[in-house]
Design a binder for this molecule. Sequence first.
Ligand SMILES: [Zn+2]
Ligand SMILES: [Zn+2]
Length: 644
Amino acid sequence: MTSITVTAPDGVPRTVEPGARALDVLKAAGVLNNQVVAARVNGRVVDLARPLVEDGDVAPVAADSADGLEVLRHSAAHLMAQAVKRLFPDVQVTIGPVIDNGFYYDFKRGAPFTPDDLERIEATMREITKADFRVQREEVARADAVALFRQMGEEYKVEIIESIPEAVVSLYRQGEFVDLCRGPHVPSTGRLKAVKLTTVAGAYWRGDSRNEMLQRIYGTAWATAKDLEAYLQRVEEAKLRDHRRLGQQLDLFSLHPIAPGSPFFHPKGAVVYNTLVQYMRSLYGRYGYTEVITPLIYKTELWRTSGHYDAFREDMFLMAVEDDEYGVKPMNCPGHCYLFASRKHSYRDLPVRFADFSRLHRFEASGTLAGLTRVRSMAQDDAHIYCTPEQLDGELAQFIAMTREVYGVFGFDRVEVTLQTRPEKFLGRLELWDAAEAALRRALEQAGYAVTVLPGEGAFYGPKIGFDFRDVLERSWTLATVQIDCAMPERFGLEYVTSEGSLATPVMVHRAVLGSLERFIAILLEHTAGHLPLWLAPVQVRVLTLTERQEAYGRAVTAALEQAGVRADLDDRNEKLGFKVREAQLQKIPYMLVVGDKEAEQGTVAPRRRSGETVPALALAAFVDQVRAESVPGAPGPAPAAGT
Ligand SMILES: [Zn+2]
Ligand SMILES: [Zn+2]
């Protein structure tokens, strides 16, 4: 065989014999250390011990890189499976993929694993790490692999291997453990030092509820103990910030099995919800939107025309009434098309911008429902714009400006923009799609955004821009979206009279800034840890009396605040001040006003911010002015408390 020429990151071409390993080249180039877990050969991540078979580039893959972490995490899944088999020889292994931040492995076992089991598995994993077994790849004929796993009693592996078309499959061995796997893996189990098992859950074989239930163990793995620690801390932080927990603590909303996935907003939650709606309404005047109210339930004829009946029926609530089938609306657009068609339009009255805060219902499977983020009942700050093709660029620019204004008010400064293009299943004409994608791209370029294109991710009726906001826990959420509709205007036969007197189809734009209000509230709660900005706080000021002597004055202060439009309440219970302050802080109320004898005599208040910071006593009227000024959306108000 002829020799091979490969180039490592030092740029020196090296001639090696076929069969030389990637790690030999990296070593010769001086770039091999114990943080290198794999090699990249001509762009592909492979085992360090993989023999080189062709000319090209060889580079190290570091444990803390995205590819390195994937190798680590998948190797950790093997490590866990090995430990499980040692402790529970009767358990059968199935699959163990990598997921965000970690991995899992599904096992066939009658009973679920207990927390005690997890501890024992972790202890055994540590022993296997310490033993530092070499992880070795072998390639075998498929029939031999089937025989091997059949003899081991691993029926699931046999089923998997039998479904693989290739004649040769690869196995990975470490110590007594062998698994079917494409790899790559770390060179030895000693590399897996920062691994932790996190939770257990039931899961169906191949994700199908008709199949048997398996036991899934989740874990996380990192390049260093420090990274693992930081991750576990983020998870703890996320638990503290969980909007379901905060929703209960702050008495904002609840869910009940009587209406799965359909939140009940409590009085305080309704304040947050309605204040958000009012804020968006306040912008609508300026941005030229008109609000409309449209039906909730339509005959399915509407959903057939819109295309939802074919593309979205599984996600809708349908019902038979009299001799017709009806559907509850999962979105407002088709109703708005009827509204648009209810009168004649000329180019002179375009654009028309219909805004609608209507409730929407989507059927989401019970198992996927989660707090306010995955619901069956929701409302959006939804609107549809009908305009001429010439007006489209201006409408998109105006929407981007509005989104920037709203994100500015919430302080969402870390924003990434995606352009989601035509999916495989789509409605409408190709040239409309091309023109729409070009218009969206142009709008983003003019607004100065760096754009990430997500091919095929658009909706079935049009391409889409998403404005993704990154929260304090480094999670990314798509909030604002704008879509150009390539199907509905034609399907509904919408038209307007052009300046030449001919009839033309208007362009239809779907857009929302906050997205679903439910989801937006969840994200805002988690991002702020419940320290809502003053203008959104359900209770903005709590008045705290020092003793019962100030009861009357406390009531007068509270009444004066309410008169001035400030959301205030009074805590005149016969409790120690420290206790009352602590409770107001737990409620994350932006301002506390402590009133004692001195304040009552002088007609003043002594404000204390939820951060713990105190403000010198001032006249009540002066405080009212201050709170009102700070309650404007986006105004700098009292800072949140440190921590959560
Ligand atoms: Zn594997
Ligand atoms: Zn729409």
